[in-house]
Design a protein around this ligand. Sequence first.
Ligand code: NAD
Ligand code: ZN
Length: 350
Amino acid sequence: MSEKLMDAIIKPVAGVGVALAKVPVPVAGPGEVLIKVHKTAICGSDVHIFDWNDWAAQHVKPGMTIGHEYVGEIAALGEGVTGLHIGQRVSGEGHITCGHCRNCRNGDIQWCKDTFGVGVDRNGAFAEYLCIPASNVIPIDENLDEDVVAFFDAFGNATHTALMWSLVGEDVLITGAGPIGIMAAGICKFAGARRVVITDLNEYRLDLARKMGVDAAVNTGKEDLTEVMKQLNIVEGFDVGLEMSGNGHAFNQMLSVMRTGGKISLLGLGNKPIPVDMNYIIGKGLTLQGIYGRKMDTWHQMSYMVQGGLDMSPIITHRYHYTDFQKGFDAMKSGNSGKVILDWTTKKEG
Ligand code: NAD
Ligand code: ZN
């Protein structure tokens, strides 16, 4: 019997680049769900896979379909799947977890000891169809904008990092105005923070952050952060820090401007170890929390924040048909981009 084929963006060889290819449409096995993909978004880690850095080479097998930020509808249900229906709009948690380690059993799936990433360790979502376990499927309300839901995965990283601490009336510093830092800024304002200050070295991204309503977007290559703090009447230092750059200078600067007793969540992943001035952490009694992925409950928080008026659309800077994926990757690699959306709902002829 001949297999049904579909378009997919794959990692063709162990090296730089990705390619459009024909691959078999997956079949939903017992407990699995087949999703017809509508929209996808390109993540920074997809760019790492494109560039084939050490992390990508350790995880991705050439020939695999990449991508993990998506929204679509259920096309088929595998044997035994209940509580979901064909045609239902869905996204999916991108970490397929073991379900029986201590953290999984405690509901902390983000800390599973044996996690597999969709589009990283197994076939991903940059395709016409994607198959995942039913337990990873996230139903999405019909009134949510699909372009925004397409990047709920990354929005989830921002949400989980930002909502780690109480934000009401607090002054927040975000280091790194990448897409996730900018999303976090919007979340902090929405959640009642007093001042939200974001730093970066990239003017395009700082401008994008201003559109998200930050109180100050500071180019720390040119401006003095402590002066900005004075102007904003931030007297004792920042109460909450969200590290979203993965850059050692940014992190050490954050430590230097935190209030004694401040709280920091760390999302940014650098590609090399970062030297840290421990005197700040100890002397100021800072609390540091590492963040990985997001919790299942984060999906719930995102939907309701958006329905409650949090507008994430300013972060979208580019939209392409999936066959123009190279333009999307070019935009991401230029640094002059927020979220890049790929449309899988229409077939391009020719
Ligand atoms: P990104 O690379 O697009 O953004 C990082 C930003 O930091 C860039 O805009 C860069 O210009 C800025 N930056 C670099 N040096 C700086 C400095 N000295 N001061 C201030 N800003 C500086 O990344 P993203 O997609 O927005 O993701 C944010 C970070 O979170 C990345 O490091 C990513 O690897 C990491 N991440 C972690 C997880 C997790 O589960 N822990 C998940 C997703 C992303
Ligand atoms: Zn587990």
